[in-house]
Design a protein around this ligand. Structure first.
Ligand code: MN
Length: 251
């Protein structure tokens, strides 16, 4: 990812390896010229994703261990550590304190701490972070284990409060916003208040839908329009901001 001028949009959190035909999904993102960060949910999935994106122009892979899979996959943490030098992008990582995953929260915190410390030691990593029902703990850990000058955090599908969003911005975090976030009053109020210089777009496809089918990177055009509508600004203003916010993630 080098020339932002060529980009038609940004999908900073997508799971292209979970589509029925990942290679075709990658090819469509390339053809649409969408800078896409395709995250992995387990360290064992990394090598294939990495291979598929080594020669792409707009699509990059991130090395992750999804908090919802930590209960079964925490044993893959040494694999995550081994692959870290191969990439600048890390995710999907973070915490999930929702009812289904609460039981593994202590293990999730151990994994997330190891990830943050590994990134701090390496320096220059960019992380896409999940924080369902756990924004305060996620922010606490970022503050404690990943100094601002040692890495960049993008909070994906952030659903914390406005004051938690302010705290995150103070810590240097970015926010990748998807269309789902602009559908509730609470989400709209949150998206309206985020600092414009910290906003990126995402689909989290295939876990979100548009017109009854899984979202794809090219659908971020609708996300840009939705953000513009929520903030009462021209679509171009959001498009330009997102592209300029992406720039430090590429150099
Ligand atoms: Mn995701």
């Amino acid at each position: 990812m080098t020339e932002t001028a060529q980009a038609a949009g940004v999908d900073f959190h997508c799971h292209l390896d979970l589509y029925p035909d990942p290679e075709a999904a990658i090819a469509r993102a390339e053809a649409a010229r969408i800078y896409t960060l395709t995250v992995t949910t387990t360290p064992k999935a990394w090598s294939r994703n990495y291979e598929l994106t080594r020669r792409t122009r707009f699509v990059r892979a991130a090395l992750g261990l999804h908090p919802q899979l930590v209960a079964e996959r925490a044993g893959e943490l040494p694999i995550w550590e081994r692959h870290l030098p191969e990439t600048r992008y890390v995710g999907e990582v973070g915490l999930d304190a929702g009812p289904r995953f609460y039981k593994s929260l202590d293990t999730q915190k151990h994994v997330f701490r190891t990830v943050l410390e590994g990134c701090a030691e390496a320096g220059g990593k960019i992380l896409t972070v999940h924080s369902v029902r756990s924004a305060p703990a996620v922010l606490e850990m970022i503050e404690q284990y990943l100094p601002r000058d040692r890495g960049t955090v993008v909070l994906h599908w952030f659903t914390g409060s406005k004051s938690e969003a302010r705290r995150a911005a103070t810590l240097g975090c970015y926010f990748s916003v998807n269309t789902e976030m602009t559908r509730s009053d609470r989400g709209r109020a949150l998206v309206a208040g985020l600092p414009i210089d910290r906003i990126l777009t995402e689909t989290d496809g295939p876990f979100t839908q548009i017109d009854g089918r899984p979202s794809e990177p090219a659908d971020v055009k609708a996300t840009v329009a939705a953000i513009a509508e929520v903030r009462s600004v021209p679509v171009d203003a959001v498009r330009t901001a997102v592209k300029s916010n992406l720039r430090p993630m590429l150099t």
